[in-house]
Design a protein around this ligand. Structure first.
Ligand SMILES: [Zn+2]
Length: 67
């Protein structure tokens, strides 16, 4: 389990979950105490909507995957 610090809101312990999407790796950080959640994309904070967008992005930007 990665230890990436503590919650910015309450200082509680974080739970991090990494997933791989077509556009790269996304990391969900969740506070075990206050349940604040946010996402990291390539080392930057992103939104859940952004992650879902990456998940659902078909082949629009990836013509090479059309085989
Ligand atoms: Zn917290």
């Amino acid at each position: 389990m990665m230890s990436s610090g503590c919650c910015a809101s309450c200082g509680g312990p974080l739970v991090t979950i990494s997933i791989n999407v077509g556009a790269g790796q996304r990391v969900m950080c969740s506070c075990a105490r206050c349940d604040t959640r946010w996402w990291h994309s390539e080392g930057r904070v992103t939104t859940l909507a952004g992650v879902i967008g990456d998940l659902g992005d078909p082949v629009g930007q990836r013509p090479y995957r059309r085989a």
